[in-house]
Design a protein around this ligand. Structure first.
Ligand SMILES: [Cu+2]
Length: 120
């Protein structure tokens, strides 16, 4: 009986000792999402992220300066003319959030939006 218990204890310590380390390691690495901005759209126009998973949002401008702002999430990234900007964040709420261009870029500026879905 003692031997069986010892074997169980060893098995449990392996399962609970090793797995969380791997879990934490994979959680720390921000997932990179690249969004291209040009007059007057974002590509892709829809992105899906997992709640609690850190991401690095990379905004690439193909023409004039653009921005992407999710007011509800307090997240904003700007990219100057022909350049790239990044922001790191972790979505903590499930839902649908609409981001808008935050740098005036011309006539269609007001219609530039990107829908972010945050899922469990
Ligand atoms: Cu704009």
């Amino acid at each position: 009986m003692k031997i069986v218990l010892a074997a169980w204890a060893a098995a449990l310590s392996v399962a609970f000792g090793a797995a969380p380390l791997h879990f934490v390691g994979s959680q720390m690495e921000p997932h990179e999402i690249v969004v291209t901005a040009k007059r007057f759209e974002f590509d892709p126009a829809t992105i899906t992220l997992k709640k609690g998973e850190p991401v690095e949002l990379v905004l690439k401008s193909q023409d004039v300066p653009h921005g992407l702002k999710f007011r509800e999430l307090g997240v904003e990234v700007k990219a100057s003319k022909g350049k790239t900007g990044e922001v790191e964040f972790t979505p903590e709420r499930i839902g649908e959030f609409v981001g808008h261009c935050s740098v005036f870029c011309g006539r269609g500026h007001g219609s530039m939006s990107l829908t972010l879905h945050v899922v469990e």
